[in-house]
Design a protein around this ligand. Sequence first.
Ligand code: PMP
Length: 280
Amino acid sequence: STVYLNGDWLAAEQAKVSVFDRGFLFADGIYEVVPVYSGKPFLLEQHLARLHRSLAALTIPSRPDPFWHDLITQLLERNAIADGLIYFQVTRGAEAQRSHLPQTELDPTIFASVSPMPVHWDIPAPAKVTLCEDIRWLRCDIKSISLLGNIMLKQVAQQRGALEPLLHRNGLITEGASSNYFAVKHGILYTAPADHLILPGITRMWVLELAKQLGLEVREEAFSATDLAQLDELFLTSSSREVQPIGQIDDIIIGAGRCGPVTAKLAEAFHASKQAYLSK
Ligand code: PMP
């Protein structure tokens, strides 16, 4: 595939970064993932707003929106991809020697690639997740490339035969290793508030919007790990999985292991909104 690195378009194998890049030495950087359907980036404005927010939090300068728009257009053209996931990564840049405190006025390293992803129109089968303590840092709102906690938790989930960890901090559900969670109880939709303990998922935000349009009662309140057995429905969201029903948490079966009615309604609304967006 053809990738973008610091102003150049290169074959992926040719793209090389300095060992003094602060991304390599310190994971001093951020990333962003944007889904593209039929050549159109979905919810791009929201993804770029999050990219700018992540960079601002680390005092790494960003580029204006047209720069990113152009990158996406070129990536899709050069790779002849219509449906896929765009990956952007920005690190603080390379410097002469390793030092925790960054030098000012570094040139950020900008990398971009795209990989194909088929558009799904069906609701996926309910998946299993596993409850884990959230061992990550306290600024999960920044889309940092430092993902050690997420990786370790994903490995634990895999060992337990689960799709994702269901993370809790002091007994309250935060999110997944690469997804946000929603629970349904007595017809009310719950999800953790968008504070510093979770990544504010763009899919999460969109599902909240759809839920409000459907007239559902929504509470941005973290639900408790001790109440999991009492939940009527559980699902997760992310740019790549969209709305993914959950039928099992460790040994607890949720909603007889089937996709519940509220989850189905939201998944259908999500697909409809995608369709409407594509035909605009
Ligand atoms: N939380 C975490 C920790 C993530 O890494 C992601 C994205 N992969 C999400 C939530 C979901 O965010 P989005 O809906 O923007 O993909």
